[in-house]
Write a protein that binds this ligand. Structure first.
Ligand code: TYC
Length: 101
């Protein structure tokens, strides 16, 4: 009787993976003042004056610069807040997000 009951052949295995991280990217433009970009980087991304200046000047020279990496939600929220802060002053300042490889 008991021999007729097939044993389950599947095992439940929980797989935990790290969340994919997203880069926040600062995009250069010709209008936003350098000081304003630096100020936003300090306020939104908790950078020192030195760090913020280096990121700003890299975007200014090369066109873009990676600011930092976060989980998707955090990256998108920070990029939106930083972009909106520029828009509120009438600047075309842009922060985008992109998944890490
Ligand atoms: N290019 C701007 C200027 O010369 C400064 C700037 C730097 C703007 C980086 C945006 O992401 C930026 N005033």
């Amino acid at each position: 009787m008991n021999d007729a009951v097939a044993k389950p052949k599947t095992k439940v295995r929980t797989k935990v993976e790290r969340p994919r991280l997203y880069k926040v990217i600062l995009v250069n433009d010709d209008f936003t003042p350098r000081d304003f970009v630096t100020m936003i980087l300090k306020a939104e991304f908790r950078m020192t004056e030195d760090q913020a200046y280096k990121v700003m000047i890299t975007a200014h020279k090369l066109g873009v610069c990676v600011v930092a990496v976060f989980t998707k939600d955090v990256a998108e929220t920070k990029a939106t807040r930083a972009t909106d802060a520029g828009r509120a002053k009438g600047y075309p300042l842009l922060f985008t997000t992109e998944p890490e490889e």
